[in-house]
Design a protein around this ligand. Structure first.
Ligand code: NAD
Length: 299
């Protein structure tokens, strides 16, 4: 049966490496990396994420600045805040929590962030740079997936990789990173007609579709590595009436009989994502100050 890639443990390692480098930078240069998180409105899921990001930022020894703006904030007000944060020397990372309320143009807002401070890696400049294999800020979830793959493969060159899902935040950047690592990459999505067949060719399958139970054992080449990005809440009547549980996009029990390595849900990619936000903030700080950039978990 498959080796379980323990995202919780890896994320803890990553946070502790980040914390060490943060302490070292503070001691040597008197600089403390700072992350500004902007939340517009009061979406309950976003509230939870923002709180958790702030807490982990502080635990890593970095400064956390939180900006909570009301649901009816105008585009001008939000853009003014971003301009201010762009020129604030204590702020090295800026994250605008998505989704934004409908009256705000998220593309415009994200592209107003200084690309060097865009720790989500969603700015068009960073997307373009990653797409052309240049050093840039990489979105957190794909960066976490690359770190997990680095645990299994010291060298990804020549591996055949299938990415299922082509969203701008996960699937597309994942495909580009694997291509930059010289994998042979296939990106499948809702309109693909032969995913099981494509999957059987793949040494690496990364799934980010948001469809519980999508990937089945018979799709998987024996020994392949399966990275499950999906997070789906499904009913769990066995836990009591009205109870739910989290599952990924992979039929975990059967696939782990065939795969060589697999990430669980929960406890897989999820914990890596916020840890990578800390890593991105540290990287941004190093870049802005021309400090050498640390290699974290091999990526
Ligand atoms: P999205 O809805 O923006 O994109 C889904 C993608 O999957 C699309 O490209 C779509 O074409 C494809 N797709 C949908 N149904 C499919 C099917 N039946 N077969 C093949 N492809 C299909 O989603 P997203 O934002 O990329 O997120 C995907 C999943 O990953 C969600 O479950 C989300 O909750 C999860 N997610 C997890 C993390 C994390 O930290 N672990 C981060 C981001 C997203």
């Amino acid at each position: 049966t498959a080796q379980i890639i323990d995202g919780k443990a890896l994320a803890a390692d990553l946070r502790s490496s980040v914390k060490d480098v943060v302490a070292q930078i503070k001691a040597e240069h008197g600089v403390i990396p700072g992350l500004a998180v902007v939340l517009v409105g009061n979406d309950p899921a976003s509230e939870v994420y923002v709180r958790s990001k702030g807490k982990q930022t502080v635990e890593a020894g970095m400064n956390s600045f939180e900006y909570r703006l009301s649901e009816d904030t105008s585009e001008e007000e939000l853009l003014n805040l971003i301009t201010r944060l762009n020129s604030d020397p204590e702020v090295h990372g800026i994250l605008v929590q998505l989704p934004l309320p409908a009256h705000l143009d998220s593309k415009l807002v994200i592209n107003a962030i200084d690309p060097h401070k865009d720790v989500d890696g969603f700015h068009t400049t960073n997307v373009g740079m990653v797409g052309t294999g240049q050093d840039a800020i990489v979105p957190c979830t794909p960066r976490g997936c690359m770190m997990m793959l680095a645990q299994i493969y010291p060298d990804l060159r020549g591996k055949t990789a299938l990415v299922i899902g082509h969203s701008n935040i996960v699937g597309k950047p994942m495909g580009r990173l694997l291509l930059n690592a010289d994998c042979t990459v296939i990106v499948a999505h809702k309109s693909s007609t032969n995913i099981p067949e494509l999957a059987r060719m793949a040494d690496i399958v990364v799934v980010a579709a948001g469809v519980p139970g999508l990937v089945k054992a018979e799709w998987i080449k024996p020994g392949a590595t399966v990275i499950d990005v999906g997070i789906n809440r499904i009913p769990a009547p066995e836990r009591g009436e009205g109870k739910t549980r989290l599952v990924g996009d992979v039929c975990f029990d059967e696939v782990s009989e065939v795969a060589g390595a697999i990430t669980p849900v929960p406890g897989g990619v999820g914990p890596m994502t916020i840890a990578c936000l800390l890593a991105n903030t540290l990287s941004a700080c190093c870049h802005l100050h021309s400090f050498p950039e640390p290699t974290l978990l091999g990526v």
